[in-house]
Design a protein around this ligand. Structure first.
Ligand SMILES: [Zn+2]
Length: 195
């Protein structure tokens, strides 16, 4: 791939990393990752309510590729497009479901970029006037599963409503453990940790 190679080889994922987002798709839950967090899946992307919220932005969501990809640098383009499509759908649904005033997204790569989970994820934040989102990183907190689930139900219901329109046609399920299909196999190569 020529001159991009040194960048696309930038990896911080430990060799024995138990990826929480891949585990969640395999039905393995922990306090920060529950099936009840999942609000939508498509063939290549999944949306869930985030386990960590900033103080004035409750119900923030994460959109991830179904496959394990550490960061943006070597994300296959079709997968990136699918993630972006679901980000758009979540943003539109969130705007109605939470009655917020706006939406912000952000995505981090490598520790210097603020990344701390080694599976690419796009944050989708509900915004409210004067919420000071970008000044309050130190106040972000883990949120209990039942509190997340209340927001997940509202967001999933609105995403389901969008499925009835052409805009949301790619959304294939309001995921429950029974409906959630297994993730596609991990791509072969250096990013597949030993298990
Ligand atoms: Zn993963």
């Amino acid at each position: 791939m020529g001159r991009l190679d040194p960048v696309t080889r930038s990896s911080h994922e430990p060799a024995d990393y138990d990826c929480p987002f891949c585990l969640l798709q395999r039905g393995v839950a922990d306090e920060h990752n529950q099936q009840s967090d999942i609000v939508a899946t498509t063939d290549l992307a999944l949306a869930r309510v985030s386990p960590k919220w900033w103080p004035a932005n409750p119900g923030a969501a994460l959109v991830i590729p179904r496959e394990h990809h550490e960061n943006l640098y070597d994300l296959p383009r079709a997968t990136g497009h699918a993630v972006w499509d679901l980000v758009q759908e979540v943003a539109v649904a969130m705007r109605t479901a939470y009655a917020c005033d706006g939406i912000s997204i952000r995505q981090h790569n490598e520790p210097a970029g603020g990344q701390d989970v080694w599976h690419l994820h796009v944050h989708v934040f509900p915004r409210h006037g004067g919420d000071r989102l970008y000044e309050r990183d130190l106040e972000a907190r883990w949120v209990a599963a039942d509190e997340r689930a209340r927001y997940a139900r509202a967001l999933a219901a609105e995403l389901d409503r969008l499925r009835d329109h052409a805009f949301g046609r790619g959304i294939t399920s309001r995921s429950t453990p029974d409906e959630l299909r297994p993730p596609p196999p991990r791509p072969a190569g250096r990013r597949s940790p030993a298990r």
